[in-house]
Design a protein around this ligand. Structure first.
Ligand code: FUB
Length: 308
């Protein structure tokens, strides 16, 4: 009898769990970087404040799932308060597992890229250097308006690369400790590149995706340094002004994570009339991503229902 009740309750509870876009609604989130560690998918995100009127973000959050439907909120995993050398703009982060530790990369002040580490993927992350890993003065770095948007890419042969920048894509091979480098910073070329660079691998190829012309664009190549043959649009413009995407495979399916301002418009129906800007309160979304037989990526059409 007890078993029967448990089964009924489980069925009822699970029937109320449904997927939707955006999939995080208890706070505004942006710039999702998706990573799979063991059997769990983690999202490393930046955080737009409830009353944000600009990108004055102060901390980073992590969410995880094992079924793409129920999301666990791990809360703040690093905040500007804990960094002596940083004071503003906790923008798009990323994280990777390497040699037994989790390494979290993040931009601050529009001038620095930092690193923090932890034994767990869910943080809290600690800054091991007490200073930025990359600054505008780092030899070879090309940055004009903003030095932001780090992503970490682990190659087929396990070499780690840190890739970052706005207007210019910078790439540097990291040492095995993941918090230093001897390599020189190089540049990758990509048409219409603005920001939000992401690199992933699939079937022996390298994919470089990024935000440009308000869309998510991509190219394919045979090395992390390129050249990348431009292949076009993965995601058309959404309603958030900026866009920032990541691509990940989880349990045999491929996904595109991105953000929109749908929740902002829902919460602020008068936004347009009152002149409240949509750019600063974003929310992360996910949809399926499919490849064609030749390895090119089909355009993703954003949905309200997300992934089942
Ligand atoms: O979230 C702040 C900035 O907006 C990010 O660094 C960019 O990629 C854009 O999404």
């Amino acid at each position: 009898m007890k078993l029967l009740w448990n089964t009924i309750i489980t069925l009822l509870v699970s029937s109320f769990c449904y997927s939707q876009n955006p999939f995080i609604t208890q706070l505004y989130t942006a710039d999702p970087s998706a990573r799979v560690f063991n059997d769990t998918l983690f999202i490393y995100a930046s955080h737009d404040k409830e009353d944000a009127k600009w990108f004055n973000m102060i901390d980073w959050h992590v969410f995880s799932t094992t079924d793409m439907k129920n999301w666990f909120d791990h809360g703040v995993v690093l905040s500007l308060d804990s960094l002596k050398w940083a004071s503003k703009y906790a923008w798009a982060p990323d994280c990777e597992f390497y040699n037994g530790k989790y390494f979290f990369y993040y931009p601050t002040d529009r001038d620095y890229i930092g690193v923090a580490l932890c034994d767990k993927p869910s943080g809290p992350f600690k800054d091991p250097l007490g200073k930025p890993l990359i600054t505008r003065k780092t030899k070879g770095v090309k940055a004009n308006r903003a030095l932001i948007d780090p992503t970490i890419f682990i190659d087929y042969d396990k070499t780690p690369y840190l890739i970052f920048g706005q207007n210019h894509i910078n790439i540097v091979k990291l040492n095995d400790d993941m918090i230093s480098f001897n390599d020189s910073v190089r540049l990758i070329k990509a048409p219409h590149f603005f920001e939000a660079v992401w690199m992933h691998k699939y079937n022996g190829k390298y994919y470089l995706s990024y935000s440009g012309k308000g869309k998510i664009l991509y190219g394919m190549g045979d090395s992390p340094y390129g050249p990348f043959e431009y292949k076009g649009v993965i995601l058309d413009k959404v309603n958030s002004g900026t866009n920032h995407a990541s691509i990940a495979e989880y349990k045999g399916q491929w996904y595109l994570f991105y953000h929109t301002s749908d929740l902002f418009f829902k919460n602020n129906p008068q936004a347009k009339k009152s002149g409240l800007k949509k750019w600063y309160r974003r929310s992360i979304c996910v949809d399926h991503l499919y490849y064609n037989a030749d390895g090119t990526i089909q355009k993703v059409i954003p949905t309200k229902k997300g992934v089942e």
